[in-house]
Design a protein. Structure first.
Length: 270
């Protein structure tokens, strides 16, 4: 098994991995069965992302998912994960009003789910909030570059950090680092800029659409393993085609039921 060598991955391992040049693997997870498989596979970090709004709940954006919905999903993941660090997204509307609101939401998530850390979108403008959560004893992963909760303000899923945006990205990364985050997700950022930010900050960068030189990589599992049969972003590599396998299996089952060939005698009680 590659990646972080630890029985239980903790935030300090992210600093060690960065120092040693050991790539950190991360995937999203929103249920117990996927969490236990990814955990067994040695994935270092499982993110209960608010992308659950899209890939679990079928919504167009992440904006509508609630803290209550995130908690149900996160509980299932923490119960199943034995080794991976479990991080839960603070959903839109649950932290922006004040650092106090963010601390209250984070405390609730930590108490009710058993997660190990929270993730929050935003850079310079969220530094005080990140600091307040960290001061409450809760590890924080930042998220800068394209931040889906601001997709209407950003004008859609647009690459961030190009041209003069590179300076903003660097300022955001430094602010998240200075506020005490243990890692930061860089989403949809030119590879060279992500590499530069990765060299310049002391906390681990986890890339999604940020090229090969970040300290770790994360993908939404339904995209990476092909359960999502729709169009995916350029940065997604498809490692499996679960959507087609499931479609074939469901069709075969439907045919078997129609033909009364399921269940057979050995699948029935005497
Ligand atoms: O919610 C999510 O899945 C995320 C990843 C894209 C990093 O934030």
């Amino acid at each position: 098994m590659s990646g972080i060598s630890a029985k239980r991955v903790r935030t300090r391992h992210f600093f060690e991995a960065k120092a040693a040049g050991t790539p950190i693997s991360a995937l999203t997870s929103y249920d117990a069965l996927s969490a236990s498989i990814f955990d067994e596979a040695g994935i270092d970090m499982l993110l209960v992302g608010d992308s659950a709004a899209n890939v679990v709940l079928g919504r167009d954006t992440t904006l509508s998912i609630t803290v209550d919905e995130m908690i149900v999903l996160a509980k299932a993941v923490t119960l199943a994960a034995r080794r991976a660090l479990v991080v839960v997204d603070l959903p839109f509307g649950s932290y922006e009003a004040s650092p106090q609101q963010a601390v209250a939401t984070s405390v609730r998530i930590m108490k009710e789910t058993g997660a190990h850390a929270v993730k929050i979108e935003g850079g310079v403008e969220r530094a005080d909030t990140i600091r307040a959560i960290v001061d409450a004893g809760i590890p924080v992963c930042g998220h800068i570059g394209f931040t889906p909760q601001s997709e209407h303000a950003l004008g859609g899923p647009v690459i961030q950090g190009r041209g003069s945006g590179a300076d903003k990205l660097t300022r955001d990364a430094r602010a998240v680092e200075a506020a005490g985050a243990f890692a930061v997700v860089l989403e949809m950022v030119p590879a060279q800029i992500a590499a530069k930010v990765t060299r310049e900050i002391s906390i681990a960068t986890i890339g999604i659409g940020a090229g090969p030189d970040t300290d770790g990589q994360i993908l939404v599992w339904q995209d990476a393993f092909g359960l999502n049969r729709g169009k995916t972003a350029r940065f997604v590599r498809k490692y499996a085609d679960l959507g087609t396998s499931l479609l074939d299996a469901a069709r075969t089952y439907a045919d078997d039921v129609s033909a009364r060939s399921f269940p057979a005698a050995e699948e029935s009680y005497e």
